[in-house]
Design a binder for this molecule. Structure first.
Ligand SMILES: [Zn+2]
Ligand SMILES: [Zn+2]
Length: 324
């Protein structure tokens, strides 16, 4: 995108108006503190990561620091005698993400995943399951928390059906809006959201720890579609401490030759406009995630990333942690 383009100028103007003091600092990454329960960000990109296949000119091929993994979170519970680790999304980058988890939060067990929570059956969100199957880690009964249609899809279609048949995963059926207990004082609650549903329902997860609550909503078609279903983003933000929200695109025009009018996802610029009148404390909860490889805000030095920070929002960073 042209950094002087209208959406960017509007966002920059909005940022200046909202922030009062415009800061150009990159998104803050919370220092890794020792928490009883930690949320750990394992990936911030859209399903296909950055760089994406068939984009030979992406500078991330030559510069590893520009690469980003598909969106995923981990939750680590250190309250018991043995560390427990949970994964939100099984992405195509699960190999690298589990390695990062092992480096930062190691366990003595093989694989060491005590649960996997999935949002839906688009490639960036579940195909990593294949790596816990027979041809790879051959995990044993990993509890896998999914909605009913997603469960039926996994049971009925290879290679996923083999994971069920070989007991690599143990499907745990979920209900919309019903909290799933993970451990004492730790729950995850799926909530349906409007988004393409070719193979499964689509949910976000609300994660409630003893201290803090977090929304994880990597994919949604639009805030207006959600409004039409009687759910306002502002209300969902009200009683959580942080919200990882779909930020696939920054603004229209980002895909060059491709007409984006038929491609949903709230644009970051529009989400910022929608939340511009919310208190600063509310805006500070938002951590944009699931950025497409074309999203200029992936570059912390871009005008777009600076506009996000100046407006009081955050960009999720791989490696950031939060105490739950
Ligand atoms: Zn996605
Ligand atoms: Zn999706």
């Amino acid at each position: 995108m042209d950094p002087g383009s209208e959406p960017v100028r509007r966002a920059l103007l909005a940022a200046t108006l909202i922030a009062g003091c415009a800061s150009a600092a990159p998104a803050d990454v919370a220092a890794k503190a020792a928490c009883p329960i930690t949320l750990f960000v394992l990936g911030v990109a859209q399903d296909a990561g950055k760089p994406q296949i068939a984009n030979p000119d992406d500078s991330a091929w030559a510069e590893p620091s520009l690469r980003r993994l598909a969106t995923a979170l981990a939750v680590i519970d250190d309250r018991g005698a043995e560390r427990r680790r949970y994964l939100f999304e099984a992405t195509p980058d699960i190999k690298q993400q589990l390695q990062r988890l092992d480096e930062e939060f190691p366990v003595d067990r093989r694989v060491g995943l005590d649960g996997i929570f999935l949002t839906h059956a688009h490639i960036g969100h579940y195909v990593g399951l294949m790596h816990i199957g027979y041809e790879a880690a051959n995990a044993d009964d990993t509890p896998t928390y999914v909605m009913p249609r997603m469960a039926a899809y996994l049971r009925a279609n290879g290679p996923w059906s083999q994971l069920v048949a070989y007991d690599n995963i143990e499907i745990k059926l979920q209900k919309d809006g019903e909290p799933q207990r993970i451990a004492d004082g730790l729950t995850a609650t799926p909530f349906r959201v409007p988004h393409r549903e070719e193979f499964s329902e689509v949910v976000g997860w609300r994660i409630d720890g003893p201290e803090k609550s977090v929304l994880f909503l990597p994919d949604i078609d639009s805030w207006e579609d959600w409004d039409a279903q009687g759910v306002a983003l502002e209300n969902m933000l009200f009683d959580v401490d942080a919200a990882y929200l779909d930020a696939t695109f920054f603004a229209d025009g980002e895909l060059g030759h491709r007409d984006m009018s038929g491609i949903p996802h709230p644009r970051i610029a529009d989400t910022m406009t929608r939340l511009a009148d919310e208190p600063a404390a509310t805006r500070a909860k938002v951590r944009f995630i699931h950025l497409n490889h074309t999203n200029p805000a992936l570059d912390p030095d871009s005008a777009e990333a600076r506009a996000v920070i100046a407006a009081g929002f955050k960009l999720a960073q791989e490696g950031e942690t939060l105490c739950l």
